[in-house]
Design a protein around this ligand. Structure first.
Ligand code: ATP
Ligand code: MG
Length: 366
């Protein structure tokens, strides 16, 4: 039996914590300052500017690798726009959650146009009619943000874009802001849908170590006790994160996990070993995450790559019955971007070729 309740810190005094405010490390935290994204903020606000005069704006696609501030910058710019003008209404949709026309139209009707819909019995076309009706009555210009848009149902996405960009009443159109890691999915849309979209593109590039350092500064200042981490170790974290996709989420997470380890050991200063240990954990979590969201064809491709690697021609031959070479090539490009495969120039039996190999142990595919 314990002499005192394990939560009671009365006799030993409060446990020293390395944290000043842990919430700055949470996903939900909105930074006071957005660093290194002035151009992207300017570009997006430029695209949306016509709305402040009540005019139609171009649709926008924001693309770039994970953790490069796409969601953050869009919500910041849209917040500013809504503070500036009453003329717009903004609806944020994440296609991971709502990935059908039915789901999205229902959400627009109920949350953006405040039109109740019966729980059952309505078809998609009827929803679309009500949406048009609602749009003609509302005085606001609707903006629809579709985050992770590549997760939208493949069967429906062409019809969805086509319908939405043509839905207009009294000169009020939807402004679409699409956010994605890979804009390649657009190539799979049918030409009709592609041509109605008229997208302005804004690319978000990976962060450099210097930019990651600027981003971390706020979290360090507000989140940790003074001197909780040395400049050297901040450099270690930003270097690691720059190599792993230039991803701000990785940098923040690595700092947070390392600080948690220090706290657990009752220390007020982060040590290098703690960062190394946390980075190993992040590596394996990231890998499993990536493997969970790739497509069935991606998995098929990966499972056909043996541990020792394979010449590209051989791989195309093995997969010839499944898909056209062109499609396989596109998927290979994507898998390489994700860091799941590596390719090197190689002198094969029939001359110069490329050797493709996995960057992880095949066990993880199961
Ligand atoms: N320029 C920045 N300044 C401050 N914090 C940033 C910046 N960019 C990203 N962050 C922080 O990094 C994290 C990831 O950013 P965000 O969610 O916007 O990335 P994303 O590009 O949308 O990633 P994904 O493609 O995975 O959705 C968030 O916690 C965000 O607050
Ligand atoms: Mg995002």
């Amino acid at each position: 039996m314990y002499k005192q309740n394990i939560f009671d810190k009365g006799q030993t005094g409060p446990i020293d914590s390395i944290f000043k405010d842990e919430t700055v490390f949470y996903q939900s935290y909105f930074p006071l300052e957005i660093k290194a994204r002035d151009n992207e903020i300017k570009e997006l606000s430029y695209c949306l500017n016509p709305l402040t005069e009540g005019n139609r704006a171009r649709n926008v696609i924001i693309y770039g690798p994970p953790g490069t501030g796409k969601t953050l910058v869009s919500s910041f710019v849209l917040k500013q726009l809504q503070e500036y003008t009453q003329k717009v209404s903004v609806l944020y949709i994440n296609a991971m959650e709502d990935n059908t026309r039915f789901a999205v139209y229902s959400k627009i009707l109920t949350t953006q146009l405040s039109i109740p819909i019966p729980r059952r019995g309505l078809g998609v076309d009827e929803l679309l009619n009500r949406l048009k009706e609602g749009l003609s009555k509302s005085s606001k210009l609707p903006i629809l943000v579709i985050d992770e848009v590549d997760k939208f149902s493949k069967q429906e996405i062409s019809a969805f874009f086509y319908e939405l960009s043509r839905t207009e009443l009294n000169h009020r159109f939807f402004t679409l802001i699409l956010i994605t890691n890979h804009k390649e999915f657009l190539a799979e849309l049918d030409p009709r849908a592609q041509s109605t979209l008229f997208l302005s593109e804004i690319e978000f590039k990976r962060y450099s170590p210097k930019e990651l350092k600027e981003i971390l500064a706020e979290r360090i200042d507000y989140g940790l006790l003074k001197n909780a981490i040395s400049q050297d170790l901040v450099g270690y974290i930003t270097g690691y994160s720059a190599k792993n996709g230039g991803d701000a989420r990785v940098a923040i997470d690595l700092l947070y996990k390392s600080a948690k380890l220090a706290e657990k050991q009752g220390l007020c200063k982060i040590q290098k070993e703690m960062i190394i240990q946390s980075s190993k954990l992040i590596d394996s979590v990231k890998l499993i995450e990536k493997l969970s969201y790739i497509t069935a064809l991606d998995k098929e491709i990966l499972s056909n790559i043996p541990e020792q690697g394979i010449e590209s021609g051989e791989l195309y031959k093995t997969l010839a019955s499944k898909e056209a070479d062109r499609t396989i090539r596109r998927h290979l490009g994507n898998l390489e971007n994700l860091g799941l495969i590596a390719t090197i120039d190689y002198k094969g039996k029939k001359g110069k070729t490329r050797l493709i190999s996995l960057t992880f142990t095949k066990e993880l595919l199961k």
